[in-house]
Design a protein around this ligand. Structure first.
Ligand code: MG
Length: 384
């Protein structure tokens, strides 16, 4: 199997290469791409000899080429988005790992879907902002999508033997509850960026750590799950240990769950190996050591962002891209100490109120509402 890894120098990309090292006889790399990290990209080219590489940043491209010559690296460097899309869609690529961050990932993800690839999707923005559109494309072109998000991979695994989604009564999406699960609501106004990026279970980037603390991440995951599995009955359950990654309830009231240590290599190995199983290189889960697992309902007064995202399931259309963009701007403003912790929710609510929501007919509409939402959010923040 020949793999294209988009965002190969990020955390998902690096974990993917770790899984591939464990299974080096079954996989080869066709393409690696990154934003600016030309040094690590060169190391990856040296180790895995992909046919193509790509860097979004032009000056990084120059440095890559200079050093590739010196080191005798034969990988050819792609210079345009068009050529990148061609390499993704080419018959040489069997699997596309979408590990890049942000809404710009939607374009390469769309070309992978259009060319009917097997896609390991860590770029959750794609399915949040354009899920309905991508589902249609995916059905037309026979693409298959394996989410690289612990919860959605768990749901995929629990649904695996299901022929008919009408046998499913609901999805139960678990979440650790983040660092402020036990913090009294009265103390929320004084939460600092440093406190918010300190996640108890997962070690992640700053943006997603803040999203976990507000539970907006769980809300976005509800939207992602709705489109990935075409099931709208989704509940969120707090499970602080982060061992059960999600559950599926069937109409006979049977519940299936997937358990493992929290490690992204497991969803990656599941996607790469499907329909078989391959070595992930992760630690084994020892239930005996754990002793007990805990569950509780989420407190929507403390975490209104979660309730807001769930409410938007009814609204649909471009509301998801407005939500996603407003949240991104607000989280950055909070990290920059321009707004308070609870302003994140208040500002997003205002933006959703001010921007007209439409049905999604094209990607252009998604990008347009994303831009409008960013502009509106910034103007609200600047007026504070
Ligand atoms: Mg997750």
């Amino acid at each position: 199997m020949n793999i294209a890894i988009l965002g190969s120098t990020g955390s998902i990309g690096k974990s993917t290469l770790e899984v591939i090292r464990q299974n080096i006889d079954s996989f080869s790399i066709n393409l690696v791409s990154a934003n600016t990290n030309h040094e690590l990209l060169l190391d990856q080219c040296e180790e895995f000899s992909p046919k193509y590489s790509f860097l979004h940043d032009e000056s990084s491209r120059r440095l890559f080429e200079e050093n590739a010559n010196k080191r005798g690296i034969k990988t050819s460097l792609i210079h345009s988005m068009d050529d990148l899309e061609k390499a993704i869609g080419s018959a040489e690529t069997d699997i596309v790992v979408a590990g890049m961050v942000g809404i710009s990932g939607l374009i390469p993800v769309t070309s992978a879907v259009k060319s009917g690839k097997k896609i390991l999707l860590a770029n959750k923005e794609s399915y949040i902002v354009a899920g309905e559109y991508l589902n249609k494309l995916s059905k037309e072109n026979g693409a298959s999508i394996f989410p690289i998000d612990s919860e959605h991979s768990a749901i995929h695994q629990c649904l695996n033997s299901t022929k008919n989604t009408s046998d499913v009564s609901r999805i139960i999406l678990t979440g650790s509850g983040g660092p402020f699960l036990d913090k009294p609501i009265i103390d929320f106004a004084s939460i600092t960026p440093q406190q918010a990026i300190n996640h108890p279970v997962w070690n992640m980037g700053k943006k997603i750590s803040v999203d976990s603390s507000t539970m907006m991440n769980k809300g976005l995951e509800v939207i992602e799950a709705r489109w990935l599995f075409d099931i709208s009955d989704i509940e969120v359950l707090i499970h602080p240990e982060g061992i059960i990654h999600s559950l599926v309830e069937y109409k006979d009231n049977s519940l299936l769950a997937q358990l493992s240590v929290p490690d992204m290599k497991i969803p990656i190995a599941y996607g790469l190996g499907f329909p078989g199983r391959i070595n992930s290189g992760s630690k084994k889960l020892n239930l005996n050591d754990l002793g007990s697992l805990n569950f509780m309902e989420p407190d929507l007064d403390k975490f209104p962002c979660l309730g807001l995202a769930i409410e938007l399931l009814e609204e649909g259309g471009t509301s998801f891209s407005v939500l996603n963009a407003a949240n991104e701007i607000c989280v950055q403003a909070f990290l920059d100490e321009r707004i308070g912790y609870q302003d994140i929710y208040e500002i997003i609510l205002k933006v959703l109120d001010r921007i007209e929501i439409k049905t999604v007919q094209s990607l252009d509409q998604v990008f347009e509402s994303d831009r409008d939402s960013r502009t509106e959010t910034l103007s609200i923040i600047n007026q504070l």
